[in-house]
Design a protein. Structure first.
Length: 310
């Protein structure tokens, strides 16, 4: 049984002083009707970090599950670390606060523990989450993420969010924020795609050198991504990782999750399968050896499941 103090140890400290549990539940691609159950199972299994986003279109369900667990006395709100993300169609200054308030109202929460700019680029505002021109390319807005960042800072001052960060930002984009005249709050976190085929060593080292924590999305290689091709590599089926997992008497997924923890990177595996949700949290009772870490890092091939060729 994970005692609360053990869960606290398994946390990264943000530059705000807050503790972010190192393992969270991802909710992208969790279908309606399934995500509510997955979140409840996760919280009952010991998860305290829930990662969501406006664009996942399931925040009402996530909120319902969180409230069910609070109402049943399983957790208190202050024990949970709830993350959401500002979608690209809300980057213009006048839209940022309303987008955050919509997420809070869907989740039925007074505040978020962490709010991220989901992508560095803004899309033209409107109902369409992915506004495309007649050539199938995204239609940009007139925003600049430095202006968007100033609006994010205002959310902290308004008490709507405890910490702010970014997602899918590269080194140059983060440096632009850090060097912004009049910067009030540094990003607390950068959430990026990380796994053994995309180890992101330079970017992780850079973020850590600036006091910015990193969260790994798609830690299992996102096998459910709709655009996956049959010939693309599959982490969960990689015999080299399976061999390491067998050595520890763990599943491949558990080794892939522990790989990030060893690097002080938070990790948000997604599953809507109750058994796998529980299994993915059973990662606190073993450590990967230095040799196994080096071996897994050597699998890097700069392969992105999310190429983002917009």
């Amino acid at each position: 049984v994970n005692t609360p103090c053990f869960i606290m140890k398994a946390a990264l400290t943000l530059n705000t002083g807050a503790h972010m549990p190192v393992v969270g539940l991802g909710t992208w691609k969790s279908a309606e009707g399934l995500v509510c159950e997955a979140v409840k199972v996760a919280i009952q299994a010991g998860y305290r970090h829930i990662d969501g986003a406006y664009v996942y279109e399931n925040e009402k369900e996530v909120g319902a599950a969180v409230h069910a667990m609070i109402d049943q006395g399983v957790v208190k709100r202050e024990d949970l670390f709830i993350v959401s993300k500002l979608w690209c169609t809300f980057h213009e200054r006048s839209l940022v606060r309303g987008a955050c308030e919509k997420t809070l109202s869907d989740l039925k929460l007074d505040y978020l523990d962490l709010y991220l700019i989901h992508f560095p680029m803004g899309f033209t505002p409107g109902e369409n989450l992915f506004p495309l021109d007649d050539k199938g390319k995204i239609i940009p807005d007139n925003s600049n993420f430095l202006d968007t960042w100033e609006e994010m800072e205002k959310l902290v001052d308004a008490g709507l969010v405890k910490a702010i960060g970014v997602s899918n930002f590269n080194r140059e984009q983060i440096e632009a924020i850090l060097n912004k005249p009049g910067l009030k709050y540094k990003p607390a976190n950068n959430q990026i795609e990380v796994h053994p085929y995309l180890t992101q060593e330079k970017l992780i080292n850079f973020c850590n050198s600036k006091g910015i924590t990193v969260t790994a999305y798609s830690p299992l290689g996102s096998p459910e991504r709709p655009w996956a091709k049959a010939d693309e590599p599959s982490l969960l089926d990689d015999p080299r990782i399976k061999a390491i997992a067998d050595k520890y008497n763990k599943t491949t997924a558990q080794v892939l999750i522990r790989f990030h923890m060893e690097r002080n990177v938070a990790v948000i595996p997604k599953s809507a399968n109750p058994e796998r949700v529980k299994q993915n949290f059973q990662v606190f009772d073993f450590k990967l050896s230095k040799e196994d870490m080096s071996t897994i890092l050597s699998f890097n091939r700069n392969f992105r499941g999310f190429p983002m060729d917009w």
